[in-house]
Design a protein around this ligand. Structure first.
Ligand code: GDP
Ligand code: MG
Length: 168
């Protein structure tokens, strides 16, 4: 059998939880003080989806997003994308459109999920659910709400993207 490998890029402003999400999904761990980089380009996890064995490679930005210094190598060959913002960070929500454009410029149209992370902090929200819905619709993306901390919906994000990639 030919193994299917899918490169997934996870983009969004610093501190929205991208590295934590990769760590959670690939290693099953979460830490509060976990800083900028995981020290490698990507982590991987193997899953079965629609009867296929799939190897997901989740690419981390190692903090370069703060300097707007993400290189073309990061995006090269990406087949799926997570656009992430935080429930408690207004700027990260407003930056989503520009992140979408960067990915599109390098990769074209690829299966993409808009992820609102840190829903465990919903009482501190700085985004209105309706504007989030509107943005998802404007971008033509599936919207998912996650808490990497409490392990809510993280698997669902990657299952959805994998499934979309297998259809294409
Ligand atoms: P990145 O810069 O986007 O890679 O963000 P990090 O993964 O480094 O996370 C930034 C901070 O947010 C860390 O202190 C994480 O522990 C924390 N964090 C990540 N996801 C969640 C979440 O779902 N809920 C809460 N409360 N904190 C989170
Ligand atoms: Mg990071």
């Amino acid at each position: 059998d030919l193994e299917i490998a899918i490169k997934v890029v996870i983009v969004g402003n610093g501190a929205v939880g991208k590295s934590s999400m990769i760590q959670r999904y690939c290693k099953g761990t979460f830490t509060k003080d976990y800083k900028k980089t995981i020290g490698v380009d990507f982590l991987e996890r193997q899953i079965e989806c629609d009867g296929e064995e799939v190897r997901l490679m989740l690419w981390d930005t190692a903090g370069q997003e703060e300097f707007d210094a993400i290189t073309k190598a990061y995006y090269r060959g990406a087949q799926a994308c997570v656009l992430a913002f935080s429930t408690t960070d207004r700027d990260s929500f407003e930056a989503i459109q520009s992140w979408k454009k960067k990915v599109e410029d390098e990769c074209g149209e690829i299966p993409t999920v808009l992820v609102q992370n840190k829903i465990d902090l919903l009482e501190q929200t700085v985004v209105d659910p309706e504007e989030v819905d509107l943005l998802a619709r404007a971008l033509g993306c599936r919207l998912m709400h996650t808490s990497v901390k409490e392990d809510v919906n993280v698997n669902a994000v990657f299952r959805f993207l994998t499934s979309r990639c297998l259809i294409e």
